[in-house]
Design a protein around this ligand. Structure first.
Ligand SMILES: C[S@@+](CC[C@H](N)C(=O)[O-])C[C@H]1O[C@@H](n2cnc3c(N)ncnc32)[C@H](O)[C@@H]1O
Length: 255
C-alpha cells in the first residue's frame, strides 16, 4: 500500500499533520488493538498532540510519560540541559522548578550520576508524570514554585533550573492549537509580558542557591534581555546563551 492509498495517512494529512506517514507508523506500532488505534486517531485528528495521545514523549534520548493536558517537552529545552550539566557533579543538589513531566531533571540525573534532584509543579497531573519519570532519581512535590521544598535545602542548592511558563498572555491565542487547546493554560501563561513566573523563580532561586550556585531559566530570544534583567534584579550575575542547534535560549545567573 502506498502512502496515497493508506487511509490512516490520508486522515492524518487531511487534519494537517505534516509528518502524517511517520505519525501513522507510530500510532500503528503503539496501539494495542484496532479499537485503540481508532480512538487515538480520532484524538489526533481533533488536534491533540501525538505525545499526549500515545502517552509518551522522547526527550534527551528517553521516553517520558506525558498525560493529557501536561506540557510536552520541547527539543529547544535541551539548550538548558546542555548548559546545566557541566555545572553539576555527583552529590550536588538540583532543583527543577515548574518541572512538568520532569524532563530537565530526568535528563540531568542521567547525565550526572548521584545528583539529589527535587522537582516541583503546581499541576497534579504533571506531578504524577514527573514522579513516574524520575522514579528513584528524585523527589517530586506539588505546589507553588519553591513553596514545598524542604527547608534544609536553603542555601545548599548547586543548580536551580526553571522552564517556567513564558508566553505573554495575549500571545497564547496565536499559538498552534496543539498547545493552545491541549496544554494547560498554567503551563504557558507567563503574564502580560511573559516574565511573571520567571521573575518569581529567579527570586526563589537566589534564596535556595549555595554561594557560587547557578540559576538557569529558559526564555525566548526576544524576551532574553528582560529575563536577564530580572535575574540581575534577583541579585545574580546574568548572561544569555543562545543554542542555534536546538533553537533554545537560556539565561544563566550565578549567585
Ligand atoms: C513550560 S512548562 C515546562 C515543563 C518542563 N519544565 C519542561 O521543560 O518540559 C511550565 C510548567 O510550569 C508549571 N507551573 C506553572 N505555574 C507554576 C507555579 N506557580 N508553580 C509551579 N509550577 C508551575 C506548569 O504546570 C507546567 O508544567
Amino acid at each position: 500500500m502506498t502512502a496515497e492509498q493508506d487511509p490512516l495517512v490520508a486522515r492524518l494529512r487531511a487534519a494537517g499533520c505534516v509528518f502524517a506517514e511517520d505519525e501513522a507508523a507510530l500510532l500503528r506500532a503503539e496501539a494495542p488493538d484496532a479499537g485503540t488505534l481508532e480512538r487515538w486517531t480520532a484524538r489526533r485528528v481533533a488536534g491533540e498532540p501525538l505525545e499526549q495521545v500515545v502517552g509518551w514523549a522522547q526527550f534527551a534520548g528517553r521516553r517520558l510519560v506525558v498525560a493529557p493536558g501536561v506540557f510536552v517537552p520541547r527539543t529547544r529545552t535541551l539548550a538548558l540541559v546542555r548548559q546545566a550539566a557541566p555545572l553539576l557533579a555527583p552529590g550536588d543538589v538540583l532543583v527543577d522548578l515548574c518541572c512538568g513531566t520532569g524532563a530537565i531533571g530526568v535528563a540531568l540525573a542521567a547525565a550526572v550520576p548521584g545528583l539529589e534532584v527535587h522537582a516541583v509543579d503546581i499541576d497534579p497531573a504533571a506531578v504524577d508524570c514527573a514522579a513516574h519519570n524520575l522514579g528513584p532519581a528524585g523527589t517530586v512535590y506539588a505546589g507553588d514554585l519553591d513553596a514545598p521544598l524542604p527547608l534544609r535545602l536553603l542555601g545548599q542548592v548547586t543548580v536551580v533550573v526553571a522552564n517556567a511558563p513564558y508566553v505573554p498572555t495575549d500571545a497564547i491565542a496565536t499559538m498552534p492549537p496543539e498547545a493552545r487547546d491541549h496544554e494547560r493554560r498554567a503551563a504557558l501563561d507567563g503574564g502580560p509580558d511573559g516574565t511573571d513566573l520567571q521573575r518569581r523563580a529567579a527570586q526563589a532561586a537566589a534564596r535556595w542557591l549555595a554561594p557560587g550556585g547557578w540559576f538557569l531559566v529558559e526564555t525566548s530570544r526576544g524576551q532574553a534581555p528582560v529575563t536577564a534583567a530580572l535575574v540581575e534584579q534577583a541579585g545574580l550575575r546574568a548572561h544569555v546563551h543562545l543554542d542555534d542547534e536546538v533553537d533554545g535560549t537560556v539565561v544563566l545567573g550565578q549567585r
